[in-house]
Design a protein around this ligand. Structure first.
Ligand SMILES: [Fe+2]
Ligand SMILES: [Fe+2]
Length: 257
C-alpha cells in the first residue's frame, strides 16, 4: 500500500498546492491513502471545519494536528465529531477530539496516531512514549499503523522512532516545517523521517512572512505573523507498506512545486 504523508500544511498557499497535486497522485496510483498534518492550514494557525472539509474534498483521508490544535476555538465540537481528524493523543483525556483513528483502505485497516513531543513545547503533556504504548495496547486488528510525531527536538523524534521500531509501520516527524534528509527503514521495519517538511510557501520563515519574523528576532516584540505569499511546495514522504505484515518496504521523500 502506498501512503502519502504530508508535513504541516500552511494557509491558503499550502491548501492550493495540496489541491494541485494530491488528486493527480491518487489517480496515478502514487497514493492509496493520504494523511496530512494540517495544524497550520487555517490562516497559518489552527484548523476549522470548512478547511478540513476542503482538504477531504481534494483527497485527504486523515488530518493530524499538533500544538496549534487549539488556536481556532470554533473547531472544538468538530474535533469531537470528525472521525478522521486526530490531535496529539498525549493531551489530557478531557481535551476535545481523539488521538487516534482507523480508516479502511481497500479492506486494510490503517491506524493513524498523533503524538506530540514535550521538549520546548508550551503544553503540559503526558509522556508520548508511554502514551504510544497504551494506544497500541488498545488497538486491535489494524494492519498498518502510522505515527505523526509532532515535536521540536530532533532527539525526541529520533528516540520515538527507535522506541516504536517494529511495532508500527512508520514514525514521521512534523512541526519544524523543514524536510530532513534522514528518511530510512529502521531494522524492525518501521519507516522513519525526522521531519516530513512543510506543505506551504517557502519564500518565508516556516511559512510566515520573513520580514515579520526577522523583525521579531531583531526587536523581541510579539508582532503578528502572517502567512507568506508566493510559490508553495508540497512536502512529505511516500511510504510503501506491506499490508500483510505492516512493515514498511520503502520511504521516499517528496517535494513538488
Ligand atoms: Fe506546524
Ligand atoms: Fe507545530
Amino acid at each position: 500500500m502506498k501512503i502519502l504523508f504530508l508535513g504541516d500544511i500552511v494557509g491558503n498557499p499550502g491548501r492550493e498546492v495540496f489541491a494541485k497535486h494530491v488528486p493527480a497522485m491518487r489517480r496515478n496510483g502514487e497514493a492509496d491513502v493520504v494523511i496530512a498534518n494540517a495544524e497550520n492550514a487555517a490562516g497559518g494557525s489552527g484548523i476549522t471545519e470548512s478547511v478540513a472539509r476542503e482538504l477531504f474534498s481534494f483527497g485527504c483521508d486523515v488530518i493530524t494536528l499538533g500544538d496549534h490544535v487549539w488556536d481556532k476555538r470554533e473547531v472544538y465540537p468538530f474535533l469531537n465529531s470528525a472521525p478522521n481528524v486526530v490531535r496529539p493523543a498525549n493531551f489530557a483525556s478531557e481535551a476535545p477530539g481523539r488521538g487516534m483513528c482507523v480508516v479502511d483502505v481497500n479492506g486494510v485497516r490503517v491506524a493513524v496516531v498523533a503524538l506530540m513531543g514535550r521538549t520546548f513545547m508550551k503544553y503540559l503533556l503526558n509522556c508520548p512514549f508511554r502514551t504510544l504504548d497504551s494506544v497500541l495496547g488498545d488497538l486491535t486488528g489494524a494492519g498498518i499503523i502510522v505515527v505523526d510525531m509532532h515535536a521540536e527536538a530532533t532527539s525526541e523524534k529520533v528516540a520515538m522512532g527507535w522506541y516504536a521500531d517494529g511495532r508500527v509501520s512508520a514514525v514521521l516527524g512534523t512541526h519544524t516545517h523543514i524536510q530532513t534528509a534522514d528518511a530510512q527503514i529502521l531494522p524492525g521495519g518501521t519507516a522513519y523521517i525526522t521531519d516530513a517538511g512543510m506543505t506551504g510557501p517557502y519564500d518565508s520563515v516556516i511559512g510566515q512572512t520573513k520580514e515579520r519574523i526577522i523583525e521579531r528576532y531583531l526587536t523581541g516584540l510579539p508582532n503578528k505573523f502572517e502567512v507568506a505569499s508566493g510559490k508553495a511546495m508540497l512536502c512529505g514522504v511516500v511510504l510503501d507498506v506491506d499490508e500483510a505484515t505492516g512493515r514498511a518496504r520503502s520511504i521516499v521523500r517528496v517535494q513538488k512545486d
